[in-house]
Write a protein that binds this ligand. Structure first.
Ligand SMILES: NC(=O)c1ccc[n+]([C@@H]2O[C@H](COP(=O)([O-])OP(=O)(O)OC[C@H]3O[C@@H](n4cnc5c(N)ncnc54)[C@H](OP(=O)(O)O)[C@@H]3O)[C@@H](O)[C@H]2O)c1
Length: 296
């Protein structure tokens, strides 16, 4: 079904989804499954067909998609595409939720632009693969005016119960997204480095996986205590000192080099610890390395 120009849903839970790539399609499908009147638009219109078959309304233009619903969700490749597509549109009275991934600077610029076009703007970040949308595995972060979030929280919650408003400052969702990506890559690269070391001794990655999982869980349990130390700015070492960690890091560098495994990662850890020791922090706990991250 194609929406007539400027036809509006009077249903306050109606939603328009602009951008029907892998993620946008998952978002639109989930809104539909939850029973929300869903209008869709995509540059390549054919991608809308399965959604229309499920009951979505295909907007005839991006303007019509914006006009159709009080809540407009956009999910494109990048912020440049968002500006290119929506840049000059009248967004008056809309709540625009941008679930495109980007930087905090892009979020701030988009907020200024969308607000100037008359929208209440929420910047968002999706911590899930498309398959996770609509399941307990998905986390979706939002930042921007609380009232705009509150007005549409029930609709947004159909994407996941883990629908978190982080604050009024638009940069918060992209910054949290960046922090979580860094965390994920740190864990994954630690696993891959370990698997490469063990692989050199003929141990396959599957055999390592169970021990790796237990160890990741153990380290995860340390996070709240370290977070408290960081917030307090004091780093006692009831467990082990940076000096002790540094000796183990030296072993890891040596082991990697000896086995022909890339030693860049442990060398980086060691460089942080060396700098901390040079500043007299040898007897502090591990969380004191935060100071090194703060001055690259
Ligand atoms: N996929 C994931 O696992 C995942 C997870 C978290 C976050 N995200 C984020 O979600 C966003 C979308 O990802 P995706 O996986 O859906 O990507 P995708 O499958 O490549 O889809 C990109 C979408 O952007 C549209 N687009 C690109 N440039 C455009 C332009 N200039 N004008 C109009 N439309 C344009 C595409 O339209 P066409 O169909 O016409 O090409 C398509 O709808 C990204 O920011 C991504 O980082 C994705």
């Amino acid at each position: 079904m194609i929406s007539e120009p400027a036809k509006r849903h009077h249903d306050s839970s109606a939603v328009s989804v602009i951008g029907l790539g892998l993620m946008g399609r998952a978002l639109a499908e989930t809104f539909l499954r939850a029973g929300h009147a869903t209008t869709v638009w995509n540059r390549t219109a054919v991608k809308a067909e399965p959604l229309v078959a499920q009951g979505a309304t295909l907007a005839g233009s991006v303007d019509d998609a914006v006009a159709a619903s009080p809540l407009v969700v956009v999910c494109l490749t990048g912020y440049d595409a968002v500006h290119e597509l929506l840049g000059s549109l009248d967004l008056n009275g809309r709540v625009l939720v941008n679930l495109t991934s980007g930087t905090s600077e892009q979020a701030r610029t988009a907020a200024e632009w969308a607000t100037g076009q008359g929208a209440a703007y929420l910047d968002g970040a999706i911590l899930a693969a498309p398959q996770g949308i609509g399941t307990a595995d998905a986390v979706v972060l939002y930042s921007g005016p609380r009232a705009a979030f509150d007005a549409h929280e029930p609709v947004l919650k159909s994407l996941t119960d883990a629908t978190l408003h982080l604050g009024d400052d638009h940069v918060l969702s992209s910054l949290h997204d960046a922090a979580i990506l860094g965390l994920m890559w740190g864990i994954l690269n630690g696993f891959l480095h370990g698997a490469a070391l063990l692989g050199a001794a003929g141990v396959n990655a599957t055999a390592f996986a169970e021990l790796a999982k237990v160890s990741i869980g153990t380290v995860a349990d340390w996070v709240p205590g370290y977070a408290q130390q960081i917030d307090d700015g004091v780093y006692p070492a009831p467990d082990s000192t940076i000096g002790t960690h540094l000796a183990a890091m030296e072993h890891l560098v040596h082991e990697s080099e000896a086995l022909g495994v890339d030693a860049g990662q442990p060398r980086f850890y060691k460089a942080l610890a060396d700098r901390a020791v040079a500043e007299g922090r040898e007897d502090d706990g591990y969380a004191a390395l935060i100071e090194q991250f703060r001055k690259p």
